[in-house]
Design a protein around this ligand. Sequence first.
Ligand code: ADP
Length: 287
Amino acid sequence: HMVTVTAVHGDITRQRVDAIVNAANNAMRGGGGVDGAIHRAGGRAVLDDCIARFPNGLRTGDAGWTTAGDLPATWVIHTVGPNYAAGERDRELLESCYRRALEVADEIGARSVSFPLISAGVYAWPLNDAIDAAVTTIAKTPTRVEEVVLVSFSEDTHRRVQSQVHRLFPPPTEPGSVGQLFDRPPAQMGMRGDAYLWLALRAEFAATPLPSTWFELRPMVVQAAEGIIGAPLAHTDDPIHVPEFDPGHGMSAGNVLPSWWHQTGIPILIDRFEAAQQTNSSEPAEG
Ligand code: ADP
């Protein structure tokens, strides 16, 4: 089976999953950020277990489990991210946190695991690279975990995580949904951000039933796109930069091209919509 990965905006201590991951430090005796929040919400039992099970703390890049105390989760998997601010800048160490945390999850039989964005807070790992390390490492680590949730505290971070998750873990679309029109990417995209927008729209419409006419479909797509990119999809050749679609390499990385949508993207969707309508109407009526 494949792991499903989703992005969530919220507080990791509220997650009802088998295990939540803590961005701990080498001492393993609590700290600030996520670490502080987890120890506060989990109570004394978490600290006692840290002391009992990790008398000498934990090495950077390694992971280990404790009870979750009063938290809704069953376990806390503690991992120590590299402290970028203090000069620990080997990305292998950051990737190791995700890999080791999933190995520990397999050891304890956790099937659902929530992660914070390790090292992206006080340890100051550059945000886009922290997101890339999280999503790509989870994608390539074999695990028996079925559900991974990437929890972001801030709205901006959440939107960035979500667009990277849609890229590597596109959610399934329902039969007869608008999302299905987006299943095959077009042979030629506009700019690099258009590929992200395509996947974001596919996810947004994954369960939305097809409307009956394309007069309804077109504004649905345009409005959703405008909501995602935060700007009007006006008829213009000027690209729109969407920071959430910019993985951090290259100047035009997050750019969306409105003219591509008007001249190519939406016409492709209308063609597919009409093809889907014909398939539906040629099917024998039920009952
Ligand atoms: P590190 O020391 O590894 O950088 P931090 O706890 O400072 O760890 O931050 C890691 C990430 O977790 C940051 O993106 C931060 O905004 C986020 N964060 C902080 N508190 C919470 C929380 N309660 N739930 C989810 N994410 C959180």
